[in-house]
Design a protein around this ligand. Structure first.
Ligand SMILES: Cc1ncc(COP(=O)(O)O)c(C=O)c1O
Length: 510
């Protein structure tokens, strides 16, 4: 190549590099200026968007929403677009029709409104992008996370020797509980190390007992753990949708008689549909007598730990071997933020791995905290910082008022519905869900499934509120999941009026 030609090529390269390097976030003046301006535009767009709508949804149809994204061709954009262009496009393809969990009439799933301090924390989490797997990628972050783990352990009433880790969600935390339960049993009873040698033939007989209304992630996780979904043995619930202790005892005996091996019981502290809390102390005692693992899925109910008024509902959780807590539910954190806790630090040996490039044995011997050994993830977000901002700025007293208000709203809704003769409510709210159905006809044996399915759908398609439905004993019921402390009694009465409106409209047409 001629010298002249070579120099032109190098010049072109550096112009191209300069053009693209401006997007790399760094501490140079230009980059920080771009960051400031960009974030300002993003915040303005979010603010304008939020102020421009006061319903949880717009009712726009799924085909319209899909077609807008289908129309964008990523391969035709090799040189990139401006932020203004992308923000404008985002309004059309996402923002204008996105679901607003913060709306007081969003009362469908377990999505909480989030706290402003957590959004400030998110800016740090993303901008500095620490990774929590090792101390040399997170420094102070490691100790902030450890402090919050200790804080939660204290709230749980676990012994000093307990440990924990932040995870991506309740599903992952439940997976860790089941994994530890499985490997603990194998090590104790077969003297083999499942981490190295896999499962013994007897594993095909392992069974995990949980209430028939526990979360589906238990089944999914057991299939991932090589035990199969059929290893989940459902235990009947009582009329309050809590695990029936006599049924539990019977099921354990039945499984033993069949030659199967119960290795764990999972108690749920806050079932997804009913918010019901299984009798944890009694389950702990049965697990103890049978020498099997006791995991508590407190993904939903965990928030009660910080409420002086309601923490008694979780009594017995301190007797468990492991616990799942979702901070992104009743601690009002943005997704993702969850925790897994184990009663004994040594349980971590079942998943511990020393990678020379990350967490060598030598580093651990030096006393450097080793977070990756406790996690089934490697690279991991600094989600703990959001909870840190929450506790530093709001404190437990403030935080507990949110779930307490939501629980008050659930009791109010139950009272209203119980006093009407056109609704049937099938439980007394334990936390903040209410399961009921619209039953306007007096005839015996009438099926209300189609009517209540229609109501849920019609309300969603209208966008003024969002509620959900579930099936109980194969019948369709409606559900309110109340987490927003800003939801008022008037809001709840208005949503009930919407249900009646759509129900009556349907009845007239059918
Ligand atoms: C009782 C229960 N456990 C576990 C989960 C799963 O949690 P995540 O969605 O954070 O994975 C949920 C989710 O709603 C739940 O209600």
């Amino acid at each position: 190549m001629e010298a002249q030609e070579k120099s032109t090529l190098l010049q072109q390269e550096s112009v191209g590099e300069k053009k693209h390097n401006k997007h790399i976030f760094s501490n140079n003046k230009k980059s920080l200026e771009i960051y400031r301006k960009s974030m300002k535009k993003a915040i303005k767009t979010i603010g304008n968007h939020l102020q421009g709508r006061n319903t949880p949804f717009t009712g726009t149809g799924i085909s319209t929403i899909k077609s807008r994204i289908d129309a964008i061709h990523l391969e035709n954009n090799s040189s990139g677009k401006s932020l203004d262009f992308v923000l404008e496009e985002l309004k059309d393809i996402y923002l204008n029709d996105c679901i607003h969990f913060h709306d007081p009439k969003y009362i469908a799933h377990l999505n909480c409104p989030i706290l402003t301090p957590t959004l400030v924390a998110e800016a740090f989490v993303s901008s500095l992008n620490s990774s929590m797997d090792t101390y040399d990628q997170s420094t102070g972050g490691t100790f902030i996370e450890l402090k919050l783990i200790d804080w939660t352990i204290e709230k749980l009433g676990y012994p000093k020797n307990a440990d924990g880790i932040f995870t991506s969600g309740g599903t992952q935390s439940n997976m860790m509980g089941l994994l530890l339960a499985r490997d603990h049993y194998i090590k104790k009873h077969y003297g083999i190390d499942p981490k190295m040698d896999g499962l013994p033939p007897e594993a095909s007989k392992f069974r995990v007992l949980c209430s028939e209304v526990s979360h589906f992630s238990l089944k999914k996780n057991l299939s991932l753990l090589g035990l199969g979904q059929n290893a989940v043995i459902p235990v009947a619930v009582d009329t309050d949708f809590k695990m029936n202790i006599n049924a539990l005892k019977k099921v354990i005996q039945q499984q033993k008689d069949l030659g199967n091996i119960p290795i764990a019981i999972v108690g749920t502290a806050g079932t997804t549909d009913f918010g019901s809390i299984d009798p944890l102390t009694e389950i702990a005692s049965i697990a103890h007598q049978n020498d099997i693992w006791f995991h508590v899925d407190a993904a939903y109910g965990g928030g009660l730990l910080i409420s002086e008024q309601y923490k008694g509902k979780l009594e017995g959780i301190e007797l468990s071997d492991s616990v799942t807590i979702d901070y992104h539910k009743t601690f009002y954190q943005p997704v993702s933020s969850s925790g897994f806790f184990m009663r004994n630090k040594s349980f971590v040996d079942y998943i511990k791995y020393h990678a020379d490039y990350l967490n060598s044995k030598e580093q651990e011997d030096e006393g450097i905290p080793n977070m990756v050994k406790k996690s089934i993830q490697t690279t991991r977000r600094f989600d703990a910082l959001k909870l840190w901002f929450t506790l530093r700025m709001i404190g437990t007293e403030g935080l507990s008022t949110y779930i307490e208000k939501a629980m008050d709203n659930a009791l109010f809704t139950a009272d209203v519905l119980r006093n009407r003769n056109d609704f049937e409510i099938i439980h007394q709210p334990e936390i903040s869900t209410v399961v009921f159905r619209y039953t306007p006809f007096q005839e015996n044996g009438a099926s209300y499934c189609a009517l209540n399915s229609h109501i849920r759908k019609a309300i969603f398609n209208e966008g003024k509120a969002i509620i959900t439905s579930t099936k109980v004993y194969n019948e369709v019921f409606l559900k309110f999941t109340l987490l927003n402390p800003l939801t008022t009694r008037k809001d709840l009465e208005e949503v009930i009026a919407l249900i009646v409106h759509h129900g009556q409209e349907y009845s007239l047409k059918n």
